[in-house]
Write a protein that binds this ligand. Structure first.
Ligand SMILES: [Zn+2]
Length: 223
């Protein structure tokens, strides 16, 4: 009898444990808004096509130390690993994309906030994250090589001052008040990326409206 009571008590305790709110859920990390860091923004080290070598090196060093070293850039003493070592496949609105693992939580925050706040309909069809070749010339380095950049729908969100045929895109030809009008992506989406540490390259001389890069602090994404 005593053994039976003990078993019943144990079962009841297990049930209580199951139904009680889990401490893990209560302590689940939440997204913390942050802005891109100014010294990492492209226009800080490249203006009208001219590079400031000192500022550029400062940005390369930060990215190398935090995300890995791209062959041919920076010092191996800053980071011994390639960014690819930290590649992670994630999804954004159901589409797969490969990014640096430190950026994945930030993108999840963006998606959650867009779903909650952005009313204008938009469905991404094509994403591009990690890349193996440098699309920039002149000593510059694309953030796609660090795995911290994401392109969304190049056929709907052009890069107006990249190589042709982008510049001939009708969205690049039309007269606009701001680059927001060149992108098919809603302004609410762009602003949400910005609030979560991603810089939109539509603001840049390039008017690359498909491109977001995480320039926030990875350690500050969640609190
Ligand atoms: Zn891009």
């Amino acid at each position: 009898m005593i053994r039976r009571v003990a078993t019943l008590l144990a079962a009841a305790a297990a049930l209580v444990a199951l139904s009680a709110p889990s401490a893990e859920v209560d302590a689940a990390p939440r997204c913390q808004p942050q802005r891109p860091q100014g010294f990492l923004v492209r226009s800080f080290f490249i203006r009208k096509g001219r590079m400031d070598p000192r500022r550029h090196e400062q940005a390369v060093r930060y990215r190398t130390e935090h995300y890995g070293r791209v062959e041919g850039f920076g010092s191996p003493s800053w980071n011994a690993h390639e960014p690819r070592t930290f590649a992670q496949t994630t999804t954004f609105f159901g589409l797969k994309v490969e990014l640096h693992q430190k950026v994945v939580p930030a993108l999840a925050c963006v998606e959650r906030e867009i779903r909650a706040k952005c009313k204008e309909p938009y469905s991404p069809k094509a994403l591009s994250g990690f890349r193996d070749h440098n699309s920039y010339r002149g000593g510059e380095i694309t953030n796609h090589l660090f795995g911290i950049a994401l392109d969304i729908d190049p056929d709907r969100n052009p890069c107006c001052h990249c190589v042709e045929p982008w510049s001939e895109d009708p969205q690049c030809q039309k007269k606009v008040k701001s680059a927001y009008e060149r992108a098919a992506m809603p302004r609410c989406w762009i602003d949400t990326f910005d609030r979560n540490g991603f810089y939109w390259l539509g603001h840049d001389d390039l008017e690359d409206t498909m491109h977001f890069e995480f320039l926030g602090k990875p350690a500050k994404v969640l609190r």
